[in-house]
Each structure stands twice: as structure tokens, then as C-alpha cells.
Design a binder for this molecule. Structure first.
Ligand code: OOG
Ligand code: MG
Length: 256
């Protein structure tokens, strides 16, 4: 059996000190349920230090992300208030190991979501939707990991930025998404890349958190997952993500 407490401590310390570590799977065997138990334990450590839970993120919801990382199972992670980057704010590059950014959309829930739930019911629980970006930062050397490794590492989650909230009354199925570095498009995609429709990611989020005996809470943010491959961040770059009809969200990476 994997040493859940020890692995959680190792990963938590790696994140706090922005230090890349060896993949756990190189020296310890973890099952997928054990990996989620590591994730839960590592988030518990953060909550014990005063962080607040604010939602969850879905991962590998698009083909582009699966292909980029060589994994094809949906994963999820837990978001805390310490991961929030203000829209238009600055990301401190030195706090990360090798950060990447992903163009996403975010949902804000007005009601809890349990399981089972249909797409229409999930949408009815949405207070608002927003253009968003996730900053992922694997704690593993070379951004390389097995499914169990990445799940234990909170699915690489390390930051997120949410743009202006909109009523979710429009069609979300095929919105153009453009990720820009210093005004130049670096990734172009569509919300359709996210499981065919980002609301399906919310449905999957409800199922997975139900299986974890946790569920989705009112007031939580759910990140639907990257629509394109992630882009490596560089010091000083200005990053903007524009989603058709929803507007845009941005941040700047510090100089060093
Ligand atoms: C895992 C996280 C994937 C997404 O949006 O697909 C993810 C990783 O690629 O490091 O956040
Ligand atoms: Mg993501």
C-alpha cells in the first residue's frame, strides 16, 4: 500500500517551494483511489493552513490535452482561494516550477449538484459562466507523469483566473476561443473541444465528485478543462484569452 500521508507531504512541499520532484510512480506503487486519497490529504494540509475551498477543476476533457500529455482518462482537482489570480493581475513566475496556461471556461454554481444529473439540470444550477484560464504546474520533473502521479498532484492545478461572469443563457456549444501571448494568437480552439460542450464537463464533475462522496457546492467555481494544448508561460508575457460572446480575461507574468 502506498504511503498516502508521506506522498501528500512530499507533493505539498514541492508545490510550496516550487521544486520539481521525481515522479512517485518511479519508486512507489499507487492505485488510482490511493492517488485521489493523496490529493484529498494534500488539500487537507492546505485547508489546515487557512486556505478555503472554492471549487474544482476538470482535466483531460479535450482531445488536444489528452494527446499533449499522453493520457486519456478524465481527472479532477480541488481549487482553493490561494490559487486565484485576479483578472488583469500579475502571476509571480518564481512561485512556479514550469507553469503552463490553458484556455478554459468557468462555471459558477448557484445550487449544489449531486448525481445523477442531466445536462439541462446542470445548466439550470449555473449562476454564471465566464472566460477563464487555468495555470497548471506539475510538481514533477519535465512535466512528466502517470495518471496516478498527476491525480495525486491535484491534477497539476496551481492557479486560475476568471473573467467577467455572464448569464449562461446563450449557446455554449461552439464558441471560438483564442489564447494570445503579447497580442499574438498561440492557441485557437472552440468550446466544442471540451467534451463536445463544456456543460458535459460540469455533468462529469458532478459525477466524479459524487463518487468521491463530496459533490459540488453552491458558490463553487468549476473549471471545464483546457480546449487546446497548454502553452508554457515565459517571464514578462501578457496573456489574454478571448471567448466568443463571453469576452476576455488576462494576466501578466512577472519579469522573473
Ligand atoms: C493535467 C491537468 C489537465 C486540463 O485542463 O486538461 C488540465 C496536466 O496536463 O498537467 O488541467
Ligand atoms: Mg486545466
Amino acid at each position: 500500500m502506498a504511503n498516502v500521508v508521506k506522498i501528500a507531504e512530499t507533493l505539498d512541499n514541492a508545490a510550496r517551494h516550487a521544486e520539481a520532484i521525481e515522479q512517485i510512480s518511479n519508486y512507489d506503487k499507487m492505485t488510482l483511489p490511493e492517488a485521489y486519497e493523496v490529493q484529498r490529504t494534500l488539500i487537507r494540509r492546505r485547508l489546515d493552513r487557512g486556505e478555503k475551498r472554492v471549487g474544482m477543476k476538470m482535466g483531460f476533457t479535450s482531445r488536444a490535452k489528452m494527446v499533449q500529455m499522453g493520457l486519456s482518462d478524465l481527472v479532477w482537482g480541488r481549487l482553493t482561494d490561494q490559487m486565484v489570480i485576479e483578472d488583469g493581475g500579475v502571476l509571480a513566475f518564481k512561485n512556479y516550477v514550469h507553469p503552463r496556461v490553458e484556455p478554459e471556461v468557468a462555471f459558477l454554481l448557484k445550487r449544489p449538484l449531486g448525481w445523477p444529473v442531466t445536462g439541462a439540470e446542470a445548466l439550470a444550477a449555473v449562476e454564471a459562466v465566464a472566460p477563464a484560464m487555468e495555470i497548471i504546474d506539475s510538481r514533477y520533473k519535465n512535466f512528466k507523469f502517470s495518471l496516478e502521479d498527476v491525480v495525486a498532484d491535484n491534477s497539476s492545478s496551481s492557479g486560475f483566473v476568471v473573467g467577467p461572469w455572464q448569464k449562461a443563457d446563450g449557446d455554449l456549444t461552439n464558441l471560438g476561443m483564442v489564447l494570445e501571448f503579447d497580442g499574438r494568437p498561440v492557441q485557437i480552439g472552440s468550446s466544442a473541444a471540451i467534451l463536445g460542450n463544456p456543460i458535459r464537463s460540469l455533468v462529469a464533475a458532478a459525477r466524479l465528485t459524487h463518487e468521491a462522496e463530496e459533490g459540488l457546492q453552491a458558490g463553487w467555481i468549476v473549471m471545464a478543462g483546457g480546449a487546446t494544448a497548454a502553452e508554457a508561460l515565459k517571464p514578462g508575457v501578457h496573456v489574454r484569452h478571448i471567448v466568443e460572446t463571453l469576452g476576455f480575461v488576462s494576466f501578466t507574468v512577472s519579469a522573473g
